[in-house]
Design a protein around this ligand. Structure first.
Ligand code: ADP
Length: 184
């Protein structure tokens, strides 16, 4: 094992993308996964929707269930990190205490706020969920009828209404290269 791989096994790296629905978490996580794979880095991507269909099956959207969903994602990310796998997690994770839980549990936690104003997310309405939330069909929808506590201590904020996905990825990769060089 190289010295570089060794240090990755020791501390691990989890890139945690938080933000409103439609902010761009999935888009950026997908691009980052591709980029790291091209560099032959061991990487896994845990996406919110996918997690809810698998590990989080049966969980709802109460604060407790949302927390439980995050707890499971953190458990898996920690396990992957211990095996030297860079883990990208893209989940709304609307409450600050969930994200501080993840930070406490994961030594290599990097919080990335995928920041996009609600009206822009709503206009994008990638999955048609905002329209359904506004009509009351979906209760407890983050940003509409459930809170989103914007991070105040994120390592990095990506403003997706002002930049292209490619520009955001460049910013993220630059940040990682400068600040986590031993993990890449
Ligand atoms: P989320 O996973 O946060 O719900 P998605 O990635 O599914 O959001 O949707 C974000 C939408 O916004 C996509 O249609 C994407 O093409 C668009 N978009 C525009 N600019 C950006 C950007 N800079 N970063 C990410 N997505 C962007």
């Amino acid at each position: 094992m190289t010295a570089q791989a060794h240090s990755r096994v020791r501390s691990g790296l989890t890139i945690w993308l938080t933000g409103l629905s439609g902010a761009g978490k999935t888009t950026l996580a997908s691009l980052l996964t591709d980029r790291l794979r091209e560099q032959r880095q061991p990487v896994e991507w845990l996406d919110g929707d996918e997690l809810r269909r698998s590990l989080g099956r049966g969980l709802g959207f109460s604060r407790e269930d949302r927390f439980e969903n995050i707890r499971r994602a953190v458990y898996l990310a920690g396990m992957l990190n211990r095996h030297g796998v860079i883990t990208i997690v893209s989940v709304i994770s609307p409450y600050a205490d969930m994200r501080s839980y993840a930070r406490r549990k994961l030594p290599g936690f990097v919080e990335v706020y995928v920041d996009c104003p609600l009206p822009v997310c709503e206009t994008r309405d990638v999955k048609g969920l905002y329209a359904r939330a506004r009509s009351g069909e979906i209760p407890a929808f983050t940003g509409i009828s459930d809170p989103y506590e914007a991070p105040d201590s994120a390592e990095l904020t990506l403003r997706t209404a002002e930049h292209t996905p490619e520009e955001c990825i460049e910013e993220l990769v630059d940040w990682l290269t400068k600040n986590r060089p031993d993990q890449l």
